[in-house]
Design a protein around this ligand. Sequence first.
Ligand SMILES: Nc1nc2c(ncn2[C@@H]2O[C@H](COP(=O)(O)OP(=O)(O)OP(=O)(O)O)[C@@H](O)[C@H]2O)c(=O)[nH]1
Length: 456
Amino acid sequence: MIKHSKVEDFAADWQQLHQQVPESTKKLICDTVDRYAGDLATQFYDYMLADKEANPFISHDIVSQRLHASMQGWLRELFSVQQHDPKEIYKYQCHVGVVHARIQMPISLVLRGSRLLKQAITEHLVETELDRAKLVQATRFVSEVMELSMSAMTDSYVINVGKSVRTDESYRMFALGQNMLAERERQRAALSEWAQHILLHLLGDEGTGVPEMKHSEFGLWLQHKASIIFHDAPELERIRVCVEKLERTLLPGLIEKRRNGGNAREAMRQVEADIGEVKFLLTGLFDRFIEVESGRDSLTRLLNRRYLPTILMRELALARNSDVPFAILLLDIDHFKNINDTHGHDSGDMVLQQASDLVTSSVRVGDFIFRYGGEELLVVLVEIGRDQALQVAETIRERFAAEPMRVGDGKVMQVTVSIGVAAYNGHPDYERIVKDADDALYRAKNSGRNRCELAD
Ligand SMILES: Nc1nc2c(ncn2[C@@H]2O[C@H](COP(=O)(O)OP(=O)(O)OP(=O)(O)O)[C@@H](O)[C@H]2O)c(=O)[nH]1
């Protein structure tokens, strides 16, 4: 069967729609839209300009200079009786969609606007000499033309918003690609330098107008780059609050104290504490992101769970398109709580680290190992069938049972694991295979632990 492209589907629907409605009715709609195009555009933009959500995207000036006329042109063309090529009409609608995406106008707003226009055109049609049957037909025609236009617009809107998200993300990755450890040290140094600068300035005798942070190297970084790298991390906001407090309250207070010859020690201490807080937040922010962005869990160095959907979706696509199967193992350390309770939390951590080393050395380099939960690991075994996957799980289980683990103070203890195994079975939803492995793990636990169970 030939797969139709979106433009061909649009053209076919457009032609079919036009064939269903008599020329006389179309002519009347065309004339009505033509006559009221100005009013319709005014009505549309009055509504948009009054709307809180729409307001940031348009202004009175832009409306009067450009948009009002474009809207009339668009309406006239959409309902024109001249036989335009439907593919050209499709392109035109896509272009409008691209523009909406570029200015980041929410699609809900575009759809709301279209409903408003549909209603307004219908009201004008009611005033014409059309009889009831024809009026119903005309109203339906207007509605479907609008629907078709919106579907083309939405298609290109979605693609183009996707593109811009990818661009943002690639810039973010580029920014992150710069060595984050070096960046962290650079910004810490820039902050210290600025702090030193103001303290030296304050110790001088003028005691007025300290150098503003926003013009310092750190201030510029905070203003322009930090929010791209860290998005809306809460620490960033707290840093901004600290900086504002410093500039608006603490520093002026300190200057005032010094000018009046008062004891500035307490004010100075507050300034130092505030700068210390900014430094602390900054370090924490970088450290958190270095850990997350490296994609690894900080304790076990295994992959972070948030990458699991990406990996599983990729494996599912490979399995579907190239017939390359895969399987997952869900592994849970038995009675882990007892290890913590008996030997302490640090020993629990040590066991987790040894457990991840053991699993890592039991699978191939091409497999993926995630820290799935507290004491749960998830392994994606690539290019493997169900029986082989079960064998791998058995080997891991046996190794755990055979190799005692260190728990601090030179002590060792026996640790066992339960494993649920699920192989790709053609189901397209990646959550399903995880759920299958989870059910199998549950059975392994309920059947006495230190066991592997295969999903049904
Ligand atoms: N030391 C340490 N403990 C953790 C970590 N993450 C989770 N835990 C602990 O792991 C324990 C898991 O306990 P449970 O879920 O009751 O299960 P369990 O004791 O392993 O028993 P079964 O799974 O039923 O065999 C909890 O006490 C958690 O506090 C971690 O990173 N380090």
